[in-house]
Design a protein around this ligand. Sequence first.
Ligand SMILES: [Zn+2]
Ligand SMILES: [Zn+2]
Ligand SMILES: [Zn+2]
Ligand SMILES: [Zn+2]
Ligand SMILES: [Zn+2]
Length: 342
Amino acid sequence: MLKIFFRVMLLSTLFCVLTASGAELSCYHCKTKISGRYLKDVKQHSYCSRKCFNTTLPNCSVCKKHITGKYKEALGKLFCSDQCFITILPKCSICQLGSVKILKQENKNYCPTCIKRPKCFACGHPFGQGVQKNDGRFFCNTCRPLTIFDNSKAQKLYVNAQKSLLGLIGKKANTVPPLKFVNLVEMKKQHPVSNAAGMSLRGFYSLVNKKTDIMEGNKLLETKVEKVSETIFVVDGLKKEDFMITAVHELTHDWLEEFYPGIKVAPLWVEEGCCQYLAYMYCMKNNYKKQALRIQKSPDKIYGDGFRFYLKKFGNNSWPKVEKWLRQQGYHVKPAPGAVRR
Ligand SMILES: [Zn+2]
Ligand SMILES: [Zn+2]
Ligand SMILES: [Zn+2]
Ligand SMILES: [Zn+2]
Ligand SMILES: [Zn+2]
């Protein structure tokens, strides 16, 4: 947070009106001989007129007027009034007013009032101007033209995301789940618990398994687990880059399910951290610096801490090392039927 120190003091210059008498006096400023009334400052200098006296007063650093009464001092400069002072303060990007207390979100400044405004769904910044959708979501004017609501466009991007993931991993999944491109209401219906961790719900991977117990009399011979359906859900209203990052993350879940099924019973941060690691690699490759930083700085215990584990252990761009580690952990082995996440 930007801090500005300022204080208010009363100007200590004193002036008095006296009548010249006896001794010869000349104006300290214009050197004219003084006769009659004159002014004197605290240093005992005499002035023939208010105009000359005023030259001794400091100027407001903004409006340049002489300061005659109360003033503010900040950053080594003087200001005659609040109006002048406020002009040097950083401005809130919503209300455009200068504020002593400014809060930063990414590269933007917000005053303490505006930072509390509802957030734009697409950029996560406090909402200034734009639209509110029927489902309650706000979209700022900057994001609005960039957001994706068209299913066919989403499906095309989804294919691109698959290619991008292949580029990062080098190994193709045998089956790729279909994309269900849904609105927020549908998203919440499909996955009602996801907002619990304070994560904004953008997408998820859904796997439905069928478990069959094969019995002989009362004896359990075998439990068969079959994949019934896989679906990747991505919410509408994201910007292209966020759609792609979300899709890469969710496709990684699918990929892991195929090649490292044991990760499904590892602590959740192991799997989510891995998906975030690939999302991060995707950001770096495409120069999405803001989004990469968002992944890196996420305060979430599962997504943020999970990702940072991978980043610290393997560095920026080391997928082969990650895979080696996944194998060492035994995640390539299918978990026992009925096994649950630790
Ligand atoms: Zn003078
Ligand atoms: Zn001023
Ligand atoms: Zn503001
Ligand atoms: Zn926005
Ligand atoms: Zn995930």
